[in-house]
Design a protein around this ligand. Sequence first.
Ligand SMILES: Nc1ncnc2c1ncn2[C@@H]1O[C@H](COP(=O)(O)OP(=O)(O)OP(=O)(O)O)[C@@H](O)[C@H]1O
Length: 238
Amino acid sequence: MQMTKEFIRLSNVSKIYNAHKENEVRANDDMSFSIKRGELTIIVGSSGAGKSTLLNTLGGMDSISEGEVWVNGNDISEYSEKQRTTYRRQEVGFVFQFYNLIPNLTALENVELANEIVNNPIDAKEAMESVGLDKRMNNFPPQMSGGEQQRVAVARAIAKNPSLLLADEPTGALDYHTGKKILKIFQDYVTNTGKNVIIVTHNSLIKPMADHVIEVVDGKIKSDVLNDHKIPVEDLEW
Ligand SMILES: Nc1ncnc2c1ncn2[C@@H]1O[C@H](COP(=O)(O)OP(=O)(O)OP(=O)(O)O)[C@@H](O)[C@H]1O
């Protein structure tokens, strides 16, 4: 089968909380866009715009109310709970704002735990090396800086060898320089592997580092722009 260039396509996707009640919220409202293979995509918007809701949809964490969500040739909006669990486990790597590491396992053990649950993992040590932490493998998370813990979290996501890496405000808890290091890892990952990374953020100043920027306002897509000349993270200032 020929691989198409399109990797993700959302068609008229809505997520409605408390439908038909007084407190109904259209967190995602009639969203349509597509994402090509090998893209670094940034989804940007202010607080409450609907970014996390969208990320939860793409990551198979939640079902939608209306529309279709195609990932890698499959309509994941039709998946049963069980199929969604398999999808989430096998296909998606997650990085969150607050690392979510297990404190009483070493950095390496945190990464190993993730790659044990998938069929086609990357060696945990290799993943640690790829984020520059080969010397800190046997440290426990509380002995590491925020930036180092976030690198472990990125290694953990990469070690699953996912087809899609999702990051929700991955630099939200980090200082400027440390945040830049994390963003560089994501940008290099896309360049080196040809896989897809989607970063959700409220920081519109990082938009130039992406291949594709989707802006969300009030649950709707406000703009959808391809960057022909993305900027290396090193050259980005904010
Ligand atoms: N489980 C839920 N039940 C009801 N409303 C919800 C639920 N989850 C999110 N919402 C609402 O949906 C809207 C979008 O929320 P969402 O978390 O997706 O925004 P966001 O852009 O990620 O914001 P932030 O940057 O602050 O995390 C908000 O109005 C929020 O209150």
